[in-house]
Design a protein around this ligand. Structure first.
Ligand code: PLP
Length: 386
């Protein structure tokens, strides 16, 4: 079946022969991103920004290049790129600033499909400001969050809508474009958690129209870093919690301290890797392996795939249960066959109840560019052997 032939040779971390279905928790790093981070640190350009000597200028130039490639990757204005250690940290910085402008009578809409990084920061903002959070619920039968389940909660009191671009446990992708246009029509802002969407689909923020979009490069073959795009006018308006010398305008307002230059060098290379590989090829490769996985698991007696049985509008990520074995026990047994999967709720805490799962969650397997048919077959054989 068509695929990204030989792409796994670009990932040194795969040399130990494990089948790595743990990509939704963090992928292996592509060679060019590893080299870029190392080369940066060897180069003598490791300095700080806005100085009066060449190494400092190189830091400024690096940020400009990362802004540009992230703008290209996300179809967004490069002036809105905020760099931080993680999406969780970036969302906390955002919501702390947002909370300053909220008060009793204001509402925030969150969803039960989201990772807690796009729920808890809003709950805290509501706690601190007196605003109220309303939860939009996905359909437990189909695992999909209908746009009107979100927009039905949006009214004149709604100030923000926080919604995922793709579930990190069952992959489903809400129609964030429709949600954004309805929210904007009501005067509300929209923050999209794009962490699970970015590695799997071409994203165009100028089409989606959202105000904030967060992604983490360690989910797409790069280093551990969070990139949060904030619409530049909003960025300047937010009551950012910042140290006094930090810039009064632009991304520096929400960036806490010196960014990791070495990580940014890796982010540039990882974003370039996605663009050069192309999302048409990525989608085709992942769809074929995901169908093989979904069908194969569905055919095994005693195995229940949680969430939708189909692949429409969905990242190649699923959750499953095996009769008589806890998710953790399944993950441990698969590890004996050198198959890496994740178990638990994966921080999608609101989604577990509607999916009929308890604290123990499920077993999560994610397909990404370096998963081959042989990896899928190894996972299926290991589950069959339980
Ligand atoms: C959908 C989603 N959102 C947010 C996060 C949090 O990202 P970070 O670890 O960069 O804070 C994750 C991480 O698993 C995720 O999968």
């Amino acid at each position: 079946m068509a695929g990204l032939t030989d792409i796994s040779s670009r990932f040194p971390g795969l040399a130990d022969g494990w089948a790595r279905f743990d990509g939704p928790a963090g992928t292996q790093v592509v060679d060019s991103a590893i080299d870029a981070a190392a080369e940066w640190q060897r180069s003598g350009r490791n300095a700080n920004s806005h100085g009066a000597f060449p190494a400092a200028w190189a830091c400024d130039a690096l940020v400009e290049r990362v802004d540009d490639v992230m703008g290209e990757l996300l179809g967004a204005n490069p002036a809105g790129m905020v760099y931080g250690p993680s999406t969780t940290a970036n969302m906390m910085a955002l919501t702390r600033a947002v909370a300053h402008g909220l008060g009793p009578g204001d509402e925030i809409v969150c969803t039960t499909l989201d990772h807690d990084a796009n729920v808890a920061p809003w709950l805290l903002a509501a706690r601190d400001s007196g605003a109220v959070v309303r939860m939009a619920e996905f359909d437990p039968a189909g695992g999909r969050l209908a746009a009107d389940a979100v927009t039905g909660l949006v009214g004149p009191a709604t100030r923000w809508v926080a919604v995922t671009g793709s579930s990190n446990v069952i992959g489903t992708m809400p129609d964030v474009r429709s949600i954004t246009s309805a929210a904007h029509a009501s005067g509300a802002r929209v923050a999209v958690d794009g962490v699970h969407l970015t590695p799997h689909r071409a994203v165009n923020l100028s089409e989606i129209g959202c105000d904030v979009y967060a992604t983490s490069s360690y989910k797409w073959y790069g280093p551990h870093a969070g990139i949060m795009w904030v619409e530049p006018t909003l960025l300047d308006e937010l009551a950012a919690y910042k140290v006094r010398p930090a810039p009064e305008r632009g991304p520096g307002r929400l960036q806490y301290g010196t960014p990791s230059w070495e990580a940014l060098a890796g982010v540039e290379a990882a974003a370039r890797f996605l663009l050069d590989t192309g999302f048409e090829a990525i989608e085709a490769h992942e769809a074929a392996r995901f169908s093989r996985l979904l069908t194969g698991l569905g055919d095994l007696p005693g195995v229940r795939v949680v969430g939708p049985p189909d692949t429409a509008d969905r990242a190649p990520t699923l959750l499953f249960l095996v009769d008589g074995h806890s998710p953790e026990a399944v993950a441990a047994r698969l590890a004996e066959s050198r198959v890496a999967v994740w178990h638990g709720h994966n921080y999608a805490v609101e989604a577990m109840g509607p999916l009929g799962l308890d604290e123990a969650g499920g077993v999560r397997a994610g397909v990404c560019v370096y998963i081959g048919d042989d990896d899928v077959d190894r996972l299926l054989a290991a589950v069959a052997a339980l």
